[in-house]
Design a protein around this ligand. Structure first.
Ligand code: ADP
Ligand code: MG
Length: 729
């Protein structure tokens, strides 16, 4: 009998929900308890230190080194009171996760005795010997060090007994080595460009911030079963497994009652998240069995993204307490829904206006339309860049699958906003507008709020959808660092807004009135970006044909998609837009190509190993049993009767031989293909080769394994099956 699988299944029977006790019935009693936020700063910092942090925040820079000691000692006092013994600069290298290196608060005092110390120098900047993180060749190993510097716009927090200080991670020569640095630059760029455009409508606006509200989807798998699946442990997805007879056909999991064990996990998770000042609000069952979602109320994007990263880490840790493992892979199971991370994105002003929410009068609505149209145009011009920001080895399984956004980028607006844009096109004349024409148009625009409130049409099939007061970038993968998509989107919109402003200003200079200039440019943009607007079914085959006719790109290959980063439109947004230098951009692409290659390489190695060490021996053992049985029949029965009786078993014996032979020969070919790829030097060549020459074997080999799973004696099958993995909560 396959012992590990059955041992895991019997473990499951003894699982019980873990009771979680909340410190209080009121969230507000413990919310942000572990965050060095404004309230705790006021308490622990001197007036000058407090002002220094606030000033740094306001201008988005770093703190004055002279002030750092004072701030550090206040932060240390707070942290020690909360039980912290260590501190770390917490950063987001170009890997799938965050990084931390803990140092104790201890040091030698002047007289050689041990003291508790945390200086300003250590707070502001550090040099972790982080030479093993991917840098895309920016750091040669002899100058491998990078340094981390405090991002004062994201508050320090305590996890366990460690004070975590959010930081950027930069090379000695000044290039960004992380996801946070370009994000901060993109947020600053869109702030500047959007504030300038807001000036047309409201002179009081001095700052525009970006909002992010993420929705994190995930799977929970019992830890015993997880451990019995080396593919899940090593690659985050199942490389084999025949579909379960029942999975999500009945939609009986989606929004169903949350299983008790999972409920306890969620309560525990939310408790930890609330203590860390994350406004977690929503939890529910998702479409696939064992799939769930968690979402906060939206926040400023840099903070929101930090929170998503912290949350993913928390989810890994808290799930273990409940004897679960959390899966963030975009497609852990073939044939059922995968997981995404909807990235709800909007801009808001320091006067309290969400720029994607319709306003109260024609003027604020014109502002709303200005931002919507410019965003559409940015998406239209940068479809390839946006896709490059989200298409990874793991997300490529999900995009274009029948339940996920396609690899064609389009934008859904809903019928009402679409009609509004069409109205502008129809009613803005080519000649100078008459006062009557202007009044009529403004009246029409003034009516937006009512129509949007009634507008309940939601399109789940669109990769980029307008949802009433924001755009929802749905193609983002569940395992992604959402900083990447937010950086690209914000930078693209910034570039577009700058161009818009230049064009409108140009018209004003020629004597056109401001409103009219805005209308004229909007009309031009609406017409130009028409192909990106699509309100229909993004999952349909018809859309692929229609999108091609419209000239929209449809790219499913990861290396091809990444190559778009290096083309002119992308460079215009990222390099000319001041988000990263050309060298940094190239380095990032190199890192992404490398990650892609490694992920496929690992999957291929794991599959080869499992096929030969788990599957083929099991199949042969079963075949031997069949052969013995058939031989027995032959001894017992006369020839004719034997043939009828043994017929189906003889077929099975043959099928097993054919399938195991196919697995073995495909495995051999796959290994050779890997070898051929591995000698390639060029990053792109190698990634294309892995995609085209190695990756197809994963499906080919799996096909035979899944067929064997159907015929081999269930008692002998070594790996937990889909029905077991998916129905265990
Ligand atoms: P769904 O899209 O499933 O209906 P919700 O209504 O729960 O989801 O919202 C999803 C996320 O969008 C939440 O994090 C929410 O706070 C966020 N959100 C709402 N309004 C905005 C906005 N203007 N900008 C950014 N995010 C927003
Ligand atoms: Mg949503």
């Amino acid at each position: 009998m396959a012992t590990l699988r059955f041992h895991a299944l019997s473990e499951l029977l003894s699982r019980a929900p873990k009771q979680v006790k909340l410190p209080s019935n009121k969230v507000t009693d413990y919310y942000a308890d572990m965050v060095f936020n404004t309230d705790s700063m006021r308490k622990y910092l001197s007036k000058d230190s407090f002002a220094a942090v606030k000033a740094a925040n306001a201008k988005g820079g770093t703190i004055d080194r002279k002030m750092a000691d004072g701030i550090a000692s206040g932060m240390k006092a707070w942290a020690i009171e909360k039980g912290a013994t260590h501190y770390t600069h917490w950063f987001q290298p170009l890997t799938d996760g965050t990084a931390e290196k803990h140092d104790g608060f201890i040091d030698y005092g002047d007289d050689g005795s041990i003291i508790e110390n945390f200086s300003g120098k250590l707070l502001a900047q550090q040099e972790p010997d982080a030479s093993s993180f991917p840098s895309g060749g920016i750091r040669q190993t002899f100058e491998a060090r990078g340094y981390t510097a405090w991002d004062t716009s994201s508050p320090a927090f305590i996890v366990g007994t460690t004070l975590c200080i959010p930081t950027v991670f930069i090379s000695y020569t000044g290039e960004a080595l992380d996801y946070k640095t370009p994000l901060l630059k993109a947020l600053a760029a869109v702030d500047e460009a959007a504030t300038a455009v807001c000036q047309y409508f409201d002179k009081n606006v001095t700052k525009v911030h970006t909002n992010m509200g993420w929705e994190q989807e995930y799977f929970l798998i019992d830890e015993a079963l997880y451990q019995a699946r080396p593919d899940l442990v090593l690659t985050g997805r199942t490389l084999m497994g025949h579909s379960s007879s029942k999975d999500q056909q009945l939609d009986d999991h989606y929004f169903g009652s949350i299983p008790e064990r999972v409920g306890s996990f969620m309560v525990d998770l939310e408790l930890e998240a609330h203590k860390l000042g994350m406004p977690i609000k929503t939890r529910h069952n998702e479409v696939a069995p064992s799939q769930f979602e968690v979402a906060p109320i939206y926040e400023e994007a840099n903070l929101g993204n930090d929170h998503n990263q912290i949350m993913m880490d928390l989810m890994k840790r808290v799930s273990r307490r409940h004897k679960f493992r959390v899966l963030f892979h975009e497609k852990p199971f073939a044939g059922i829904n995968g997981s995404g991370k909807h990235n709800n994105w909007s801009l808001g002003t320091d006067t309290g206006v969400v720029l994607y929410a319709p306003g109260k009068n024609p003027k604020t609505n014109l502002q709303f339309l200005t931002f919507v149209v410019n965003t559409l145009m940015a998406v239209y011009k940068n479809q390839d860049l946006l896709r490059a920001s989200i298409l990874t080895a793991s997300n490529s399984h999900r995009l274009g699958a029948n339940e996920a956004p396609p690899a064609i980028i389009s934008a859904f607006l809903g019928t009402e906003v679409s009609a509004m844009l069409d109205k502008i096109v129809a009613e803005v004349p080519d000649h100078k507008m008459t006062p009557d024409e202007k009044t009529a148009l403004k009246l029409g625009i003034g009516r937006i709020p009512e129509i949007i409130l009634d507008n309940t049409d939601r399109n789940r099939t669109s990769p980029f959808a307008f949802t009433g007061n924001r755009f929802e970038f749905r193609a983002v993968g569940s395992s992604a660092n959402a900083a990447v998509s937010t950086t690209v989107l914000s930078a693209a919109v910034a570039t577009q807004l700058r161009e818009f402003k230049a064009e409108v200003d140009g018209l004003i200079e020629t004597g056109v009135k401001k409103d009219e200039a805005i209308f004229q440019v909007l009309k031009r943009l609406i017409l130009a970006c028409e192909p990106i607007r699509f309100n229909g079914d993004g999952y349909s085959e018809d859309w692929k044909v229609e999108a091609a006719k419209r000239g929209l790109t449809n790219i499913t290959s990861v290396p091809e998609s990444l190559s778009k980063y290096l083309e002119e439109p992308s460079k215009k947004v990222l390099v000319e837009g001041g988000i990263m230098g050309e060298k940094e951009l190239e380095a990032r692409v190199e890192v992404e190509l490398e990650k892609f290659v490694y992920k496929i390489q690992i999957e291929s190695r794991v599959l080869a190993d499992l096929a030969i060490n788990h599957i083929v021996p099991t199949a042969i053992k079963y075949q031997t049993k069949l052969i013995q049985n058939v031989q027995g029949l032959k001894e017992l029965f006369p020839e004719e009767e034997y043939e009828t009786l043994a017929g189906s078993r003889l077929e099975l014996i043959k099928e097993i031989s054919l399938r195991t032979a196919a697995i073995k020969s495909k495995r051999k070919e796959m290994i050779q293909a890997r070898k051929d790829c591995n000698v390639m030097d060029d990053g792109f060549d190698k990634a294309y080769a892995y995609d085209q020459k190695v990756r197809p074997y994963l499906d080919d080999i799996r096909y035979h394994i899944d067929k064997l799973e159907l015929i081999v004696d269930d008692e002998m099958w070594p790996l937990p099956k889909y029905r077991e993995l998916l129905f265990n909560c």
